[in-house]
Design a protein around this ligand. Sequence first.
Ligand code: HEM
Length: 415
Amino acid sequence: VLELAGLTAAGVAVGGLATLGIEAAVRADGAADQAALPDLSGTEPFHGEHQAGIATVAQERLVTVAFDVTSDRRQDIQALLQAWTAAAEKLTAGQPVGPVAGIAEAPPGDTGEATGLGAAHLTVTVGFGPTVFEADGVDRFGFAARRPAPLVDIPPFRGDELDATRTGGDILVQACADDAQVAYHAVRNLARIGRGIVTVRWAQLGFGRTSTTSIHQTTPRNLMGFRDGTNNLRSEDSAGMAQHVWVGAGDDPGWMVGGTYAVVRRIRMLIEIWDRSSLGDQEGTIGRLKVTGAPIGRAAEEDTVPLDDRAADGSLLVPKDAHVRLAAPADNGGVKILRRGYSFTDGLDPRTGELDAGLFFVCFQRDPRSQFIPIQQRLAGSDALNEYIRHTGSGIFAIPPGIQPGGMLGSGLFD
Ligand code: HEM
């Protein structure tokens, strides 16, 4: 096989490492070069106009939890947000939320597993689901009048196989970091602080970011082996972010200005079926080439997708049901979303023995009614990718703006 490919074993080894981008991390003597490993001491600012974890250069790991509020007291939610804000401020600075060692008779103030680890660029992002404003017609906490119009219930899409235990939720906490344990520690401690007021509805761990959110990042690959994030918005594009992601000064409600709306979808990939499909099929499904990430019919990843180009036989180069064509057709009026998802693998499906893995799709936008929902309606209708994926979880959340020192995340609910 190597001979056929015209490669030597040594060439493959070097080429393989270069592809993974880790050649710099391995010295000639084979020892790891610590300097080339990610800097885990780095911090991300907690305060600002927007919450961190959206425009932030996407970190490597994600732990997302959706909580249900079990208390029926509005003051409990306020107390919780106050405590979470204080805790998140410490965690993102790389500090414990309380003393790990102290009174022998009492539980430690911090669970301790991040002791000695850096902040690893941890961000904590908090949002509110529709059910916090109203559930089954009941205004549970007196927030109904504050429900933002864009925070609609996500409509059912063709092919949805949503698991109720992985869907919805009153409050979202997304922790991203370059170290899995740091992200996990943050969510675990917030859950601990919230005991008696909230319970965990679902949790999702993610690895290997599947999007690029900065011009300084290279495009990663998803579990289908394709570059994912090429045509994503970039946080440096402030005009694009203002147009497509941040709730603007004239938008309603005023308490959401500087915030955004998150839609999350747990999308399982039917890996075994995908792995048996031909390369040509895979590329036609996405509309891009597998190795380079270039659009079909083009040479470079950054080239514009040639939606109108045809082959000699008259057929469209990028098939009419290719994912990239339906996700961004020529006539969609330039609608964009900020994609910020992660790969996941949750072991085996006990019913079938197949891999339960895929893409935890996360996107941020100014109004899901004109962004995620119509895009997904089109994809659910005829995306060639549907043969290889199943949407198994879903959620929509209003992500309030960022805060200044002394502020409280989500204070707009109460002002
Ligand atoms: C497992 C499910 C999915 C996979 C494997 C997948 C994969 C990809 C890949 C490989 C690309 C091309 C590279 C790029 O521009 O980023 C892409 C583009 C895109 N995807 Fe997906 N995607 C999935 C689900 C979704 C969903 C649910 C949405 C939105 C509802 C979406 C929206 C987009 C958009 C807007 C683009 C950019 C199209 C363009 O401007 O050219 N994707 N996706």
